[in-house]
Design a protein around this ligand. Structure first.
Ligand code: SF4
Length: 347
C-alpha cells in the first residue's frame, strides 16, 4: 500500500497492522506528511474544535531519588541546582495562574521524598478548595497504589507518568537497574483503575530507540487507552551519560503526533516544551500536526532555569503572564484559540 492509502486506513479505522505503522514511521515524503497532518487536524477539530487547552506547569522540586540516564536532574548529577518550593509557594503559583486564566495546574517534580503523601494531599486539596473550577494534575513519578488513591481522594483527577519506552530491554538501557517497565506499567494501570485521567508518553529519538520500539509503545497505548499522551523529542543534557547522543528530530516527533491523533481521536495531546526547544516554531507545528494542549510554565521565575531535564530548555526567563500572552499569540498565529477551560477529556 502507498503511504497515502495507509493514512486513509488509519484515519478510518484508528489502527493499522505493524507493517503499515512501520512504513509510516520511516518513509513519509513531504506531501504525505501534509496529508497526515490535514487528516489529524480534521479529527482533532471533530472532537475539540479549534480549542487549545492551557495547563499551568508548576515544577515544584528538582530533587529526585532516581538516576534516569537521560535526565538532567538525576540524583548523580552533582552540577544540577536543587530547589524545593514550599507548600505556600506552590499554592501561590495556582493563585497567579488562576488570575491568568489557567484552569488546570500540573504539579510536577522529581521523585522527592521530602514531600510526604500528606503534604501532597494538603497541597492538592487546598488548590481545589481555592479554585473549585480547576483540575489538578500530578506528575510526581512512581508511587504505591495507596498513595495514588490518597491523592485522588484529596482531589487530584489527572496523573501524568510517561513510560518513555514500553520495551523492557530499551527501558533497562535508559534507566538504572532499580527501575523496571513492569512497575511503570503497574503504576499506569493502578492510576487508570482508580479513576484518574491518565497521561503516558515517550521520548522520540531516545538513544537506541528503534521504529519497532515505537510500535510497541503504540500497542501498549492502545491497551491502556490513556486520556493524554505526551511525546517530545529526546534532547541530550550535558551532565548525563547521554551527553554525546544525537537529539530526536522535529520531523519524527510531528509524524508521531499526527499518527497518535489518528489512532487516539479524542486524546489530549500536548505540543511540548521540548518540541519548542528543538525548533522555534515547534509548538505551533505540533498544533498543526494534531496537538491540542500547551503547558506554559507557572513556576516562580527564580527557579525555572534549575529544572533542566535537558539542555537549552526554553521559557526559563519569562514571567508567567508573559508566557501566557506569548502562548496565546503563537496559537492564534496558526488559526487556533486558547480557551479558559479545564479542558477535560471528551469520551
Ligand atoms: S526522569 Fe524523572 S524520575 Fe528520572 S531522574 Fe529525572 S526527574 Fe527523576
Amino acid at each position: 500500500m502507498t503511504n497515502n492509502e495507509l493514512i486513509e486506513q488509519l484515519y478510518r479505522d484508528t489502527t493499522l497492522p505493524a507493517a503499515g505503522l512501520l512504513q509510516l514511521l520511516t518513509s513519509l515524503a513531504p506531501e504525505e506528511e501534509e496529508h497526515l497532518y490535514r487528516r489529524a487536524r480534521e479529527v482533532r477539530e471533530a472532537h475539540y474544535g479549534r480549542e487549545v487547552y492551557l495547563r499551568g506547569l508548576v515544577e515544584f522540586s528538582s530533587y529526585c531519588r532516581n538516576d534516569c540516564k537521560y535526565c538532567g536532574i538525576r540524583r548523580s548529577n552533582g552540577n544540577a541546582q536543587r530547589y524545593r518550593l514550599t507548600k505556600d509557594q506552590i499554592i501561590e503559583c495556582s493563585d497567579v495562574g488562576y488570575r491568568l486564566g489557567f484552569r488546570t495546574f500540573v504539579l510536577q517534580s522529581g521523585e522527592d521524598l521530602a514531600f510526604t503523601t500528606d503534604d501532597i494531599c494538603e497541597i492538592v486539596s487546598e488548590i481545589r478548595r481555592r479554585h473549585p473550577d480547576c483540575a489538578v494534575t500530578l506528575s510526581i513519578g512512581e508511587k504505591t497504589r495507596a498513595e495514588y488513591q490518597a491523592y485522588y481522594d484529596a482531589g487530584a483527577e489527572r496523573y501524568l507518568l510517561r513510560q518513555e519506552t514500553s520495551n523492557p530491554d530499551h527501558y533497562a538501557f535508559l534507566h538504572p537497574a532499580e527501575l523496571s517497565i513492569e512497575n511503570r506499567k503497574r503504576c499506569l494501570w493502578d492510576l487508570k483503575e482508580i479513576g484518574y485521567q491518565v497521561g503516558c508518553g515517550i521520548m522520540v529519538g531516545s538513544p537506541r530507540q528503534t521504529p519497532e520500539n515505537v510500535i510497541e509503545d503504540l500497542n501498549f497505548m492502545k491497551e491502556l487507552e490513556p486520556q493524554m499522551i505526551g511525546i517530545g523529542p529526546f534532547i541530550h543534557h550535558k551532565d548525563t551519560p547521554f551527553r554525546d547522543e544525537s537529539d530526536g528530530t522535529l520531523e519524527d516527533t510531528l509524524h508521531l503526533l499526527g499518527i497518535l491523533r489518528l489512532m487516539f481521536p479524542n486524546s489530549l495531546l500536548p505540543a511540548t516544551t521540548a518540541l519548542g526547544t528543538i525548533n522555534p516554531r515547534g509548538r505551533e507545528l505540533g498544533i498543526l500536526a494534531g496537538a491540542n494542549v500547551v503547558m506554559p510554565n507557572l513556576s516562580p521565575r527564580g527557579v525555572r532555569a534549575k529544572y533542566l531535564l535537558y539542555d537549552g530548555k526554553i521559557c526559563t526567563g519569562n514571567e508567567a503572564a508573559e508566557c501566557r500572552r506569548c502562548m496565546e499569540r503563537r496559537i492564534e498565529s496558526v488559526g487556533y484559540e486558547v480557551v479558559v477551560s479545564r479542558g477535560d477529556y471528551r469520551a
